[in-house]
Design a protein. Structure first.
Length: 221
């Protein structure tokens, strides 16, 4: 099964189950699932190794952002365009502080502001981040964990092992990789230990290639 097909089928199950659970529990204006779950599903099933796709990011990022969106919608007299921008702005800040950065969280904040659930009553507004947003997120994450395990993959992703092969003399060291990673002008969507493992494996492959006599293909042991 190709990666894209596996991810697509996983998203099918994840969204369907999140919807069914939301429909059974949530009573907010007939909304069983919020649109940002579609983007969360892409991350959870298509790029599960991304730091943006961890269960913490999906659940806390979406829920916290929805809380921010509801809070902004309660501020009186704020023009809607500014309220929308403010909700996403504050959601990014909140997710960054709590180490739960999740791109669909911005959409969760925007959805909460536009829907203005508190207009149905303050209690409804306070519940919205949990039902359906948190419930959708938990259901989607649970399906992702089970589905990846059933298809022979690991989720949540565990970064490269702490005890990696020592870098070859004259090549990159762990400190070199750490320094370079911190000096990147833009944030990389990859765990530093995964990057270190990739470089170590590339060095091993290069050494194996150089050690192989010309014209003789390498064979697996």
């Amino acid at each position: 099964m190709t990666l894209s097909l596996r991810a697509a089928i996983g998203a099918l199950f994840g969204i369907a189950i999140a919807y069914l659970l939301g429909a059974a529990v949530s009573d907010f204006d007939g909304i069983a699932i919020v649109a940002p779950m579609g983007a969360s599903a892409v991350l959870a099933f298509a790029v599960p190794a991304s730091p943006l796709a961890t269960p913490r990011a999906i659940i806390l990022g979406n829920t916290l952002s929805a809380m921010v969106g509801v809070g902004v919608s309660l501020i009186p007299g704020v023009p809607l365009p500014f309220a929308c921008g403010l909700s996403v702005c504050l959601a990014i800040m909140a997710m960054s502080i709590t180490r739960s950065l999740h791109p669909p969280g911005g959409a969760s904040a925007l959805t909460a502001t536009l829907l203005h659930p508190a207009a149905h009553g303050l209690a409804m507004g306070l519940v919205f981040p949990f039902l359906p947003v948190a419930l959708n997120s938990i259901a989607l994450t649970g399906v992702a964990i089970l589905y990846h395990r059933a298809t022979g993959h690991r989720y949540p992703h565990v970064p490269g092992p702490l005890s990696l092969p020592v870098a070859l003399k004259g090549h990159f060291t762990r400190d070199d990789i750490h320094t370079a990673f911190r000096q990147m002008p833009d944030t990389l969507d990859v765990e530093e230990r995964d990057l270190e493992m990739l470089i170590n494996l590339a060095e091993q492959a290069a050494m194996a290639r150089l050690a192989t006599p010309a014209g003789k293909p390498m064979t697996k042991s």
